[in-house]
Design a protein around this ligand. Sequence first.
Ligand code: NDP
Ligand code: HSE
Length: 438
Amino acid sequence: MKPIRVGLLGIGTVGGGTFVVLKRNQEEIIRRAGRGIVITMVADREVEKARKIVGEGVIVTSDAYEIVTSPDIDIVIELIGGYTVAKDLILKAIEHGKHVVTANKALLASHGTEIFAAAQKKGVMVAFEAAVAGGIPIIKALREGLTANRIEWIAGIINGTSNFILSEMRDKGLAFDTVLDQAQKLGYAEADPTFDIEGIDAAHKLTIMAAIAFGIPMQFDKVYTEGIAKLTREDIRYAEELGYRIKLLGITKRTPKGIELRVHPTLIPARRLIANVEGVMNAIVVKGDAVGATLYYGAGAGAEPTASSVVADLVDVTRMHTADPKHRVPHLAFQPDLLSNTPILKMDEVETSYYLRLRTQDRPGVLADITRILADLNISIDAMVQKEPGEGEDQVNIIMLTHLTIEKNINAAIVKIEELPVMTGKVTRIRLEELNSK
Ligand code: NDP
Ligand code: HSE
């Protein structure tokens, strides 16, 4: 059988990795897919750069539209990124009957509904394994491997850059900006690295996972998002002393009142496997009603790890492209006409535990005032430590861990605590999850 013909849009970090992996492993890929998968056209803004990577025998163009409209292309890989050009190119490729493989989580989280509807109508596939957690086959696991289960919750370290920053800051005592610079040089960070640091990239990925796990539409605008920029080394150290690690987690949970969708720094017990995921590695815990908790671990970013997912999608699409579209796995795991309208829970209503750090004057009665405020709001304290004041200081750090409580109660308590005259700074609040597998 003749090889399937692929057009690659964007040969940067992931595009370059994809070209290399596909070429290197072509023999194995033929044995798996039943035919060759060959990149015959490449588009990039820098034609010279692209030519250097692909050598001779591949058409290189600066006009990506030439590829998406070409009758000689069966599958288009979009690895440009961003919302505008990439969206237009994908829709144009679909219009021209091409299957699409993309790693563009930002685009799918915001415009996935429109893109999948267009693909459905045209009978083509849009595959996106690389969009969540780089090289980890989490989309495959959620969409197919766990299909027997009612998914209860997912919690994941799904941004390699921020995990890399937190790990290097903790282990090597490096400054935030130094580590971010390294992550950019290593090709981990997004074109706009605030997406990584502010939790937006993780929110994109969480949106996609929640849609597949619960059969709900993509609702990126409803994700509560808080990044790592305000975390201090002091809090990372205090958390360690209490037996916890701080990780940027994406959490989605089915509750009787609605679905939680949230990204924020989170204390997790240091003994959990996921607490020990360091550097650019990602890990996702998925709790299903039948299987219990399952853990997926691997490189969350980088050229070849991400290419591993892109190429896996190419093989899948190659295997399935002659199948009746009705017999393919639905894009979002559930039949498109059977999506549920379960509401997304407002952050105020979310129930979790909290780490609080309070800086106060070291005076009698301070603790009594604070604990009264907490008790009045039905917030129960799980652990409390008062740090010794520094030499010549009359201020102390008080660290508290709470039991489960509702976010709006903690917010109200923080307002009242900050009004106490003995307080000498703002309250630091970090959410805490036990991530019990039960
Ligand atoms: P890069 O910036 O490294 O690569 C993008 C490439 O596309 C660049 O070579 C760029 O050229 C080219 N490009 C930009 N605009 C056009 C255009 N209009 N026509 C043709 N080529 C164009 O990005 P990444 O490879 O890192 O990311 C690609 C996608 O993969 C993004 O959606 C990203 O979110 C996603 N992703 C990235 C991961 C990673 O580890 N890097 C992991 C998982 C997903 P130029 O350099 O001249 O602008
Ligand atoms: N910038 C992303 C990260 C790339 O650091 O995880 C992988 O999606």
